[in-house]
Design a protein around this ligand. Structure first.
Ligand SMILES: NC(=O)C1=CN([C@@H]2O[C@H](COP(=O)(O)OP(=O)(O)OC[C@H]3O[C@@H](n4cnc5c(N)ncnc54)[C@H](OP(=O)(O)O)[C@@H]3O)[C@@H](O)[C@H]2O)C=CC1
Ligand SMILES: O=C1O[C@H](COP(=O)(O)O)[C@@H](O)[C@H](O)[C@H]1O
Length: 492
């Protein structure tokens, strides 16, 4: 039996895109499974002038494809209430306070409150401040938790300012910074694969691993989000958050226990030993790209809302170096981009080849041994494979690489809880494991800011890659320089 979580959720930005596309469907799943049921209520807010009935229609529409059980959906939406509210208008908080107290009583919520800000980031600080000054935080023993979305600042200084604003109202352990990649099944599986298997953890260091590659590839372009994206670029949009989080999970030491404080502590330690590049290192170890056009596919600079002379990068590849005992000398290569060959996320852990290849006699005709590669398939497939060398069954003695592979079947992949379902559940449980802590965010910005600084003063040669490729040639050259290559390559 699932444990029912008791809470009021006050949702700011309740009529927005994220709420309607992701948050309500995720809440319905939690309701269906009994993680939330009788003792939960949602107050949706925005400047819309609508009543509860209209709001419930919006919620119902947003979950229409999630369940055919009409009764369940009707029961679910009956827990939703709307308060018209401008977050910048201090007098509007009184209505919110009254409604919160009323619902707390009606649903016996024990004073537990989650404040979820699904709005543009410039509102995060204002809302936190007003929640405190207008006494929305529950004071009768229940919990108060704040959930915020990305982007968390646009550099270290703005992120610090934002964090200071939030910290005036909430303690660090009350703040849940969403990084939806941390809610993905196979990202969470990284810890299980590493720390649940002696064969991997024993070898998880620079003595046995040659390099680690992280690829987050997208085949779509900027779609409707040019306004946001052109101001951000791939470095801020994907590297500072998702990629740095994945890298920290791959690089960290074993936590003392599988709990949020211990895991966060190890992730921060790993990120703090990441080498922050000087100008020369940043120019050498990071490359950027912007997609051009081909056939019917528009080049980035022709997308609606993108300036014709935009120098925003839609692709990043880089080499990360840790200055610590475990990883010194073993690079982590990362890449991400829009309009690439396919939509997928994967991690390739490339082990060192055996020091001596006893099979490669000139007369045997055996090809040299390949490196063992552990690939973690994050999406769309969920699973992993291990490439090992074995003798093939033909006459003579020839070795060849063979693949040991485990992939979840499509039914289980489909049934896997989606990131927002997991993450909202974690917030209700008070489990911060899969959220970014401030010291992690700060370290990631310090690293990324250095790359940005260099790029802001150098003129790029854009566009420099064609849609459907795996990015500019410079991304391949980055590894070729180190006598390496990407494990995932396009078959040309
Ligand atoms: N959409 C997505 O896929 C993703 C979004 N995010 C992040 O989630 C957050 C929300 O994004 P998204 O849903 O796309 O944004 P939208 O612009 O779609 O929604 C913004 C919401 O805020 C409300 N709002 C705006 N101004 C005020 C105000 N002064 N007072 C009260 N309410 C206000 C709007 O309603 P009204 O105008 O009626 O007041 C609307 O409900 C952002 O931080 C974004 O970066 C993160 C990842 C993905
Ligand atoms: O955070 C973001 O992520 C999406 C990609 O997420 P995924 O779960 O579909 O892999 C990306 O398209 C978007 O630009 C970025 O803001």
């Amino acid at each position: 039996m699932p444990t029912e979580r008791r809470s009021l959720i006050v949702l700011f930005g309740a009529t927005g895109d994220l709420a309607t596309r992701k948050l309500y469907p995720a809440m319905l799943k939690l309701y269906e499974k009994g993680n939330i049921r009788d003792h939960f209520a949602v107050i949706g807010t925005s400047r819309h002038k609508i009543d509860d009935a209209k709001y419930r229609e919006i919620v119902e529409k947003s979950v229409a494809n999630e369940s055919s059980n009409k009764k369940l959906v009707n029961d679910f939406i009956s827990h939703f209430y709307f308060v018209t509210h401008d977050v910048t208008n201090i007098s509007h908080y009184a209505d919110l306070k009254t409604k919160a107290a009323e619902l707390d009583k009606q649903y016996t919520l024990g004073g537990n409150r989650v404040f979820y800000i699904s709005m543009a980031p410039n509102f995060f600080g204002i809302v936190a401040k007003n929640l405190k000054s207008q006494h929305l935080l529950s004071e009768n023993g229940g919990f108060n938790r704040l959930v915020i979305e990305k982007p968390f600042g646009r550099d270290f200084d703005s992120a610090k300012k934002l964090n200071d604003d939030l910290s005036n109202a909430f303690e660090e352990n009350q703040i849940f910074r969403i990084d939806h990649y941390l809610g993905k099944e196979m990202i969470q599986n990284i810890e299980a694969i590493r720390f649940g298997n002696t064969i991997f953890e024993a070898l998880w260091n620079n003595r046995y691993i040659d390099n680690i590659q992280v690829t987050l590839a997208e085949n779509l372009g900027v779609e409707e989000r040019a306004g946001y994206y052109d101001n951000s670029g791939a470095l801020r949009d994907m590297v500072q958050n998702h990629i740095m989080q994945i890298v920290s999970l791959l690089a960290m030491e074993q936590p003392v226990a599988f709990k949020d404080t211990d895991i966060r502590q190890e992730k921060v330690k790993a990120l703090r030993s990441l080498r922050v590049y000087n100008v020369a290192e940043a120019s050498t170890n990071f490359v950027r790209g912007q997609y051009g056009g081909v056939g019917n596919s528009k080049e980035y600079r022709q997308e609606d809302g993108v300036p014709k002379d935009s120098n925003t990068e839609t692709f990043v590849a880089g080499k990360l170096l840790f200055d610590n005992y475990r990883w010194s000398g073993t690079p982590f290569y990362i890449r991400t981009g829009k309009k690439l060959a396919d939509k997928f996320t994967r991690v390739d852990v490339v082990f060192k080849k055996p020091l001596v290849d006893i099979f490669a006699f000139p007369q045997s005709g055996s090809a040299p041994l390949s490196a063992n590669v552990l690939t973690i398939f994050i999406e769309p497939n969920q699973g992993f494979s291990l490439m090992v060398n074995a003798k093939n069954s033909e006459q003579g003695f020839h070795t060849e690489p063979v693949n040991l592979q485990f992939l979840e079947d499509s039914k289980r992949t489909k049934e896997t809880p989606q990131p927002y379902e997991r993450l909202i559940h974690d917030v209700l449980k008070g489990d911060g494991t899969n959220f970014a802590s401030w010291p992690e965010v700060a370290s990631a910005w310090k690293f990324v800011d250095q790359i940005r600084r260099v790029w802001d003063i150098q003129q790029p040669m854009f566009p420099n890659y064609i849609p459907g490729s795996m990015g500019p040639v410079s991304a391949d050259e980055l590894l070729a320089r180190d006598h390496r290559e990407w494990v995932y390559k396009l078959n040309k």
